[in-house]
Write a protein that binds this ligand. Structure first.
Ligand code: ADP
Ligand code: MG
Length: 470
């Protein structure tokens, strides 16, 4: 089916001062769809909306509206209205005047304004509330006024930036359904922003999963849940067991020393991959019939199912089952091939390699110092002559997050933290590159931390042969 893009973002990049906020974003938003930008706080969702609305101009790339480039079109000339997280209603105006505000700016006749506002208030279920001061309304009602105010100007596209964020859970759930119905009733294109994956899956025709200024995946709720493209998406959406595996050949993957059948192809032979298995897709069977055997460590009743934590080799698995097993019991586990999802590794080179040269060295102290992103880093118990070229390999467990002030890189961004059954796999971003770190600690994504290296775990050698690769 050929679909029309009402908004198109083409290769959009955007910086604040020198920090990259959006990194080559491509997105087509179809007419009349409910599309949601989903991702952790700070990943660039609001910035993307502001670019569509015209409040920001991209540094690179083009914004199209119905096929026409609109980079230089000011916000009020775009057929787009925004509903903000803080409703931004005028507190001194009543419901009618809040909703009428945009129409008055457009200089419509009094009669026309009255007609449109009344019709819109009926749509959002606020008939008869015209004269109420907005301060006298509940949170949910204020939210409906904000939505009516955006819709009454009849924009093609409505942008909604975490509009339900301030409501409590019960009301938020009700409003999710209302908003979705409203979108269907009005036949508008809704571009919705949330960091709540459940909300995104409930409401959207399509979900755009964002991470650190890039789009990780675009798909229907079913697609991003069942066929996540990488460990970040699998981890962010729903609960998941994500483990390291090796794709032996098409449809054969090795995890925890066992070869399992799967349905994925095209990863090559003996390729390192990430494997995701959802907790509800693991079936408990008698251990003597099973390839995977584990010991139940924890059982929690969750209403519909039991959530069990099972230790299998060095890995901890999460299983949802309607039958409770006993703690300490040995169980067998099986997963049908189409419930094993194979994903490309997010980080291709698991060894953090550094190509550099000796800045200075101290024979007496037996130390070698090099420059890393402008900072001096001293390797103990290692001596190389000044100016010599070095090839340093830091395995992921040679990196750790230091206390303040002792970092060898001071401000490193935590891009993702993914539990791999036995440790967290953490992707870090410094000024010039990315790093892979293993840690038992659950670090906070989208924060800046100082990072240190343990050179006793590193290999440091002369880089004669490697020189050409730099
Ligand atoms: P999200 O909506 O996904 O939480 P934003 O688009 O608001 O993310 O922000 C993306 C990044 O841009 C964040 O790192 C944020 O700190 C930064 N940022 C947002 N607004 C500004 C600003 N006015 N000046 C500098 N940095 C900003
Ligand atoms: Mg935001």
């Amino acid at each position: 089916m050929q679909k029309d893009a009402v908004v198109k973002l083409e290769d959009i990049s955007f910086k604040y001062s020198n920090e990259v906020i959006l990194n080559h974003i491509n997105l087509e938003i179809y007419d009349k769809e409910f599309i949601t930008l989903l991702g952790p706080s700070g990943c660039g969702k609001t910035t993307t909306l502001r670019i569509i609305a015209g409040f920001e101009t991209p540094d690179e790339g083009s914004v199209y509206f119905e096929g026409e480039k609109i980079n230089d079109v000011p916000p009020h000339k775009r057929s787009v209205n925004t509903v903000f997280q803080k409703y931004a209603l005028f507190p001194h105006l009543n419901v009618f005047d809040n909703v009428a505000f945009g129409l008055k700016l457009k200089k419509l006749s009094k009669k026309e304004i009255e007609q449109k506002v009344k019709a819109m208030l009926a749509v959002v279920d606020l008939k008869g509330y015209e004269k109420r001061p907005v301060k006298a309304l509940s949170g949910g009602q204020q939210q409906r006024v904000a939505i009516a105010r955006a819709l009454v100007c009849d924009p093609k596209v409505v942008l909604l930036d975490e509009p339900l964020g301030a409501l409590d859970l019960k009301l938020r759930k009700d409003m999710q359904i209302e908003l979705k119905q409203l979108q269907q009733k009005t036949q508008k294109t809704f571009v919705y922003v949330t960091h709540d994956q459940e909300e995104a899956l409930t409401m959207s025709d399509r979900v755009v999963v964002m991470n650190n200024g890039v789009i990780a995946q675009i798909g229907t709720p079913e697609e991003v849940y069942n066929e996540p493209v990488n460990a970040f998406v699998a981890d962010f959406i729903g609960e998941a067991n994500i483990i390291n595996g090796t794709m032996l050949e098409d449809c054969k993957v090795k995890i925890l020393g066992k070869t399992l059948n799967c349905v994925d192809k095209g990863f090559g032979k003996n390729a390192p991959v990430d494997v995701v298995i959802r907790p509800e897709d693991i079936e408990v069977i008698p251990p003597e019939e099973a390839q995977l055997v584990g010991v139940v460590e924890d059982v929690v009743f969750k209403g519909v199912h039991f959530e069990m934590s099972v230790r299998c080799e060095n890995c901890q698995w999460l299983i949802h089952s309607t039958v409770a097993q006993k703690v300490g019991e040995k169980i067998g586990m099986t997963v049908s091939p189409d419930n094993i999802q194979i994903m490309h590794k997010m980080f291709l080179n698991p060894n953090n390699e550094i190509f550099t040269e000796v800045y200075y060295s101290d024979k007496e102290q037996n130390t070698t110092t090099f420059l890393l992103e402008g900072e001096e880093v001293t390797i103990p118990d290692t001596f190389f002559e000044e100016g010599e070229k070095l090839h340093i390999v830091l395995p992921p467990d040679a990196l750790y997050i230091a206390g303040d002030g002792v970092g060898q890189l001071d401000e490193v961004y935590i891009e993702s933290v993914i539990w791999k059954g036995e440790h967290n796999e953490i992707i870090l971003e410094s000024d010039e590159r990315k790093w892979l770190m293993h840690s038992d600690v659950d670090e906070q994504v989208a924060t800046y931390v100082p990072v240190c290296f343990d050179f006793s775990k590193a290999t440091v050698e002369r880089a004669e042969e490697a020189e050409d690769e730099v």
